[in-house]
Each structure stands twice: as C-alpha cells, then as structure tokens.
Design a binder for this molecule. Sequence first.
Ligand code: S3P
Length: 165
Amino acid sequence: MRIYLIGYMGCGKSTLGKRLAKHLNLEFVDMDHYIEMRNHKTIPQIFAEEGESEFRKKERKALEELSEFSNIVIATGGGAPCFFDNIDLMNQTGATIYMNIDPAILADRLIHSKTERPLIKGKTKEELIVFIDEMLTKRRPFYSQAKHEITEPDIELKVIEEMIS
Ligand code: S3P
C-alpha cells in the first residue's frame, strides 16, 4: 500500500498524512523533509543556493526513491505533481489523493504557518490570495489527474479508507 497526498502549500497534507498513516498502520513520510535529509540542506537553502530548477530535480529523485517504499503515506510537496511526469509516476505506483481546499482557507493557513516557504516569502495576505489563484490555474490540470479528490481536510478517515479500497 502506497498513498500520495497532493495539493497546494498549506492544504494540510502533512497533518492528514500523519493521521491517515496512524489509522491505516502505515509509515508516514513528508517529502520535503525527506529531500532535506537526503541533501543535508533545508528547502529554503536549496532554493537560495541552487535555484528552483535544481530543487525540482532533487524532488524528482526523492519521488523516484519514495515510489519504491511500501506501506507508506507520502505528503508530497505542493509543486511535486506539476513537474516532469511526476503525477504519472505517482498514479502508476500508488493511490493519489488531491486535497482540493478553498484558496481563501489556504491563504489564511499559510499566513499563520511557521514553515518557511521560498515561493511565498514576504507576501501579504492580499498578495497571497492573488498568487495562489494564479498558481492554482496552472497547477489544477496536474492536481486533477489524481485518482481521488477530497475537499475537507478534517475528513473522516473511514471515508478515505473506503475511497481507496
Ligand atoms: C512548494 C511547496 C513546498 C515545498 C517547496 C515548493 C511548491 O511544499 O516543496 O517550498 O512549489 O508548492 P509544501 O506543499 O509542503 O509546503
């Protein structure tokens, strides 16, 4: 069993991923954390020192490795499904669940988040809402290729279990 949670920054992939992994008795891996461990650098450091395109290559490499792990729930990075043929690799190797959360809720969560995210650093809430809207227009065609979709981050775990069975 391998489950990929996908969706925009701040949609709650890690929180749901941990709950789901516990419920299904699986391991949980946060892809960004995995990239940081594998490269001995934080995500902001990779962006600052090597640029986004190098980050995307490292992200792809991490996905290739994680796609061979078993009994696992993976919280993917917000951009992960949108580069290379990453979404195809995820669909071929596991159950993909798109967390489709309202942009206003995403903006609110991101403003209050302690995680440093290079792509949105320093933006006000108003700027964030516009940025998220624009980015979702580009990313939705990728996200919507997931096999399953949920719109509620606090969804009952039983519902997800049934969805992917
Ligand atoms: C990114 C999302 C981040 C992280 C990086 C880029 C994106 O992950 O991979 O900062 O392109 O949306 P989260 O979705 O876990 O914040």
